[in-house]
Design a protein around this ligand. Structure first.
Ligand code: NAY
Length: 293
């Protein structure tokens, strides 16, 4: 299997006004993202509200996205992390059939599982298909960082190709990379991607790439060209955008920003909701700033 690397949008989800999965809105959004020039899409992750969707909805989404993306040359990674390993395996097998290029999954976190149980989950999931699996370190979602030695053991499992590292513990990121230099390292915080790249990330996966994909393509190019000044300028724009989102709620704010450019992907699923009433005005103002345009 080929190596997954580069810049991926953590694809968002299209919902109807009533909050049901909406294949048409999903297609409109996906079509916009595919035109950003990114390496690919990370489908069904945190940014896709997967913690609020059920396995049937995620399966439907996998299919809609694969059908649309097939001709584009974009790489597709299916996030299949679910509270139940059985659901994860079912989604993984479907992703394989649909032609996805890789898998990823949150560690199990619906109970306080032991390191051995977390490793067992990844072992069983990785064995379900021959696709490369990207494990996921994201303590802001799981409530618990995974220890360095456990992460190294997980990276050594058959079919495990790398990690999506969404933590600000950059020393841990570096230690992991030195212990397993051949694994693929994705960095998961958009607003500090440059820091992850400076320490050797092979790519990024993020929410704001959906709307600002071209910015992250340019950031990646500036880094490859060793143009630190340009890279810092681009990272600053991403930070201004993320700062605005954090007040509003990241995913509701992203959906508001999309509405201002004529792409309606619906509300976020309850209980996730806008935290302010003027979200669209705020996002429109951020997108119109001279330093952001
Ligand atoms: C996903 O869908 O799994 C992700 O997008 C992970 C990366 C995002 N982190 C989380 C916890 O959702 O893009 C980041 C994040 O939204 C962004 O950096 C703003 O903080």
């Amino acid at each position: 299997t080929e190596r997954l690397a580069g810049m991926y949008a953590a694809l968002m989800t299209g919902l109807t006004d009533a909050g049901d999965f909406d294949p048409d809105r999903q297609r409109a959004l996906t079509d916009y993202v595919l035109r950003q020039g990114l390496a690919g899409l990370y489908v069904g992750g945190s940014s896709g509200e997967s913690g609020l969707l059920d396995a049937d909805e995620l399966a439907a989404q996998q299919e809609v996205v694969a059908d649309l993306a097939r001709a584009s040359g974009a790489r597709l990674i299916a996030h299949v992390g679910m509270p139940s390993l059985r659901d994860s395996i079912r989604l993984a097998k479907q992703a394989k059939k649909l032609g996805y290029h890789g898998l990823s999954a949150l560690p199990p976190h619906s109970y306080p599982f032991s390191d051995a149980e977390i490793e067992g989950y990844y072992r069983d999931l990785a064995a379900a298909t021959d696709l490369p699996l990207i494990v996921y370190e994201v303590p802001i979602r799981t409530g618990r960082p995974i220890g360095l030695d456990t992460l190294v053991r997980i990276l050594d499992l058959p079919n495990v190709a790398g990690i999506k590292f969404t933590s600000t513990d950059l020393f841990k990121f570096s230690m992991l990379r030195r212990r397993r230099p051949d694994a693929t390292y994705f960095f998961g915080f958009d607003e500090i991607y440059l820091a992850g790249a400076a320490l050797g990330a092979d790519g990024g996966i993020g929410t704001t790439y959906n709307l600002l994909g071209k910015l992250y393509v340019a950031l990646d190019a500036a880094i490859a060209a060793r143009d630190l000044t340009r890279a810092q300028e681009l990272q600053d724009v991403s930070q201004i955008f993320v700062e605005a989102l954090l007040d509003i709620g990241v995913l509701p704010g992203m959906k508001a920003a999309f509405r201002t450019i004529g792409i309606d992907c619906g509300p976020t699923r309850a209980p996730m909701a806008l935290r302010v009433e003027d979200a669209e005005d705020r996002m429109r103002a951020v997108l119109a700033r001279d330093d952001v345009k």
